[in-house]
Design a protein around this ligand. Structure first.
Ligand SMILES: FC(F)c1nnc(N2CCN(c3ncnc4sc(CC(F)(F)F)cc34)CC2)s1
Length: 495
């Protein structure tokens, strides 16, 4: 990989968002590969100034702090960090020992060790702003995504074209070799799990396993690796405040990548863009729902519909907007994906997603609709809607199927309590309008049905009387880029 040349230098100093967009446009449209390490250092240094070390100027009225103007990024700062990365990588690997065109498993493990040994011993791995090479080179800290990305960037520095990033919805690894046939773990996953660095991800490991998306991860090209670091931008200053400038830069860069087609095979980046558009709509651009639908289409077209997040992005959006019918459908669709998987101990992230939907978002939705007199009286609310009821049942059926044959149980008493609570909010008549017979089941005659319904009704009412409703907790902090937006310290809120 050639170093920083005039092609990069002429964009400096970077003084505004458009300068960064132009730099990325130039990097992505040239015949040569985009320089991953260089771009990661640029994004990390901007993010550092706009979120971590905000030298925010105070105007005369000290109580109001104003958003800092865009930081000026000097070429020499970037060049020094880039040279440090190149020196570290090239001095740690004796390439004469690896003569082949393609990377070997031994070399992949070696490069992973080089990144690994550059990390400080102990630090809070889930903290925000640990995703870029800027964090690695100035603070010796990376999150699990950052380590995998760092390995791929290191291989680009070493001149390899075959080592690429593989991304699932909660893990990252690399593919390499002729036809990208080989896979290798290069980072850790979650808490308290031994890392498996150097090991391949075999069919047996990936099969029916959400962490490896049943063998349907996003296999990145260099351009999609650029999309991954843009998607990994974390604009959060603290748990309640985002940098408007950093969010705007991420949004602009994602649209740039979108227009070049580099998000077509990256559902999570599309979901990210949909969330940003909800916060701050861009004129003449698709609406958030349309972007979330594109993420769903991407999962259908390229990943055999094995991805869950496209549906939970859409469901969360509709829930926030009060579109409860549509939220129910999206969540039923998400459960129809997860039901194909077996739940294992390393799937906590998706477990928390469904737990929040079933035991917090759904009950609160049913509560607020039950309270709406108008729609209830006119029977237009979801409590009278057979379609919503069918999706409600499909949601829970998917979760039950997810649990079946799994080594780890999913459901516990709270799930049952919340199910009874939400189910009980539907108007009993709604059951007469849906057909829930499985394939080939005999059609019962109506009288029997009616009796059965009455008995069910009695049982449900008795159960409800016995089961006191626990107050549901407040919603979980929404995910941010590739890690939750956990910050070390709290600040007073800006807005
Ligand atoms: F379900 C919705 F509500 C979600 N909201 N945010 C979600 N995120 C935030 C973005 N995010 C991601 N967004 C882009 N690319 C990636 S690659 C990856 C796995 C790992 F970090 F590399 F290990 C995660 C991830 C993870 C999922 S899902």
């Amino acid at each position: 990989m050639a170093g920083i040349r005039d092609r990069e230098k002429r964009h400096f100093p970077l003084q505004q968002i458009q300068d960064v967009v132009n730099l990325f446009k130039d990097q992505l449209s040239d015949s040569d590969e985009p320089n991953l390490a260089f771009l990661s250092i640029v994004l990390g240094s901007i993010e550092h100034i706009l979120t971590v070390n905000r030298a925010v100027p105070y105007n005369k009225d000290a109580s109001k702090c104003i958003e800092p103007i865009f930081p000026v990024i000097q070429l020499d700062t970037i060049q020094a960090l880039y040279a440090k990365f190149v020196t570290l990588v090239k001095s740690s690997v004796d390439l004469t020992r690896y003569p082949g065109e393609f990377a070997t498993r031994e070399l992949v493990k070696r490069v992973s060790d080089v990144i690994w040994s550059g990390l400080t011993r102990a630090y809070y791995k889930d903290r925000a702003h640990l995703q870029s090479l800027y964090s690695f080179l100035t603070g010796n800290k990376l999150d699990c995504f950052g380590v995998a990305f760092g390995v791929v960037a290191a291989f680009q520095v070493l001149g390899y074209k075959d080592v690429h990033l593989a991304l699932s919805e909660d893990h990252a690894w690399v593919v390499f070799g002729k036809d990208l046939k080989e896979t290798a773990e290069v980072t850790w996953h979650g808490k308290g799990n031994e890392d498996k660095r150097g090991q391949p991800i075999t069919v047996g490991v990936a099969e029916k396993n959400w962490l490896y998306l049943n063998g349907q991860p996003v296999i990145c090209s260099r351009e999609i690796e650029v999309a991954a670091i843009v998607s990994a931008i974390n604009p959060s200053i603290n748990a309640t405040t985002d940098s408007v400038e950093m969010g705007a830069l991420q949004q602009e860069l994602l649209w740039q990548l979108y227009d070049m087609g580099h998000l077509d095979k990256y559902p999570m980046a599309l979901g990210n863009l949909g969330d940003l558009e909800e916060l701050c709509p861009t004129l003449e651009r698709p609406l958030p729902v349309q972007i979330f639908e594109k993420a769903i289409e991407s999962s259908k077209n390229y990943y055999n519909e094995q991805h869950v997040y496209p549906y939970t992005y859409l469901g969360a959006y509709h829930c926030r907007k009060g579109n409860y019918r549509e939220a129910m459908k999206a969540w039923a669709d998400a459960a129809s994906v997860i039901k194909k998987y077996n739940y294992t101990r390393e799937d906590e992230e998706i477990y928390k997603e469904f737990l929040e939907i079933a035991n917090d978002l759904l009950p609160n939705m049913m509560k607020s609709v039950a309270g709406e007199n108008a729609s209830r009286l006119h029977g237009t609310s979801i409590l009278h809607d057979p379609e919503a009821y069918a999706n409600f049942l499909r949601f829970y059926d998917g979760i039950c199927q997810w649990e079946e044959d799994s080594p780890t149980p999913v459901l516990h008493i709270t799930w049952a309590k919340q199910l009874v609570f939400s189910l009980g909010k539907f108007d009993p008549k709604v059951r007469n309008y849906i057909d829930i017979h499985g394939e080939g089941e005999e059609e019962d005659d109506d009288e029997e049905d009616e009796e059965e319904e009455e008995e069910e009704e009695e049982k449900r009412r008795d159960l409800e009387k016995k089961v006191p409703q626990k107050e549901v907790s407040k919603g979980r902090k929404r995910k941010r880029s590739h890690k939750n937006s956990e910050n070390g310290d709290e600040y007073e809120t800006n807005h």
